[in-house]
Write a protein that binds this ligand. Sequence first.
Ligand code: ZN
Length: 315
Amino acid sequence: MRRTRIATFALAMVATAALAGAQTAGPAPGESLSQSYRGSQARNVEYQKIAPFKVMDNVYYVGPGSVSVWLVPTSAGLILIDTAQEPYVDYVIDNIRKVGFDPKNIKYILLTHGHLDHFGGAAKIKALSGARIALTETDWNFMAMQQANAIKNGRNPKAGDEAPAKDMVIKEGDTITLGDTKIKVYVLPGHTPGSPAYEFTVYDNKKPYKGLVFGGPGPRNGVEGGTEFLKSIERLEKDFADVQVALNVHSFLNSYPYPNNMGILELRDVKAKNPNGPNPFINNALWRQWLKDAHAGAVKYIADEKAKAQKGQTN
Ligand SMILES: [Zn+2]
């Protein structure tokens, strides 16, 4: 018995090594650009360090390939939406400089939800800039609880990835104003218990468009979370069908990828090929199609979770 276990362990080690090799070898054949960043190259740190790029007059992508970090310059300083996590935080800070801004001018860090891949760098960037960090009460608590549970289970956060101390609490209906920019806050839970969404006017050649960061774009937490998520999607369908620029929290969304392989990095490349043509990030049809897919996906997720729960009961 003991020998079998050792043999299995050795085999598992070989498999892990092979997998690690595959992860750094380059994208798998047939996968899209966004899929590579989110999938096969997820742990390839150097590959993830893409160049920052401009999306709208007042929106820059400054994150690694898989996790969006949005920089919103205003007339009175900078707003950063999410921060990514280590080992990418210094790279994010550098990207802000590369697109021509001083990270010390960040006044607000708006978090999209209490998951580490989005908030990891918040404490470090706050220390550098003195920015206020904003999140909903529910997700502040959720973030702290997750960290406390991890520590209890012997997993301390990596240096630089600590959950930030509770700072600014935002709620449904709030408006965050900085200089000429107003960001409206909504709460659309389901991915986490209190995922906020941020709506603001984005500009292309000075022309205004409706932009939205939907903070929690995939269901989690079984039937309960799935049901909340479906409600959030229904609200988006009702009140936000007119979004023109969807600023996703990942370049490629896991739960419901953007239709026709049109993730953020693909749109970036379309824009680069035709810099004087129409801005491909302005795409209401893409957003509406995504909402449709997310709606169908949420219904399926709830059904699957119900079936799982039922199976658990009869076993
Ligand atoms: Zn998440």
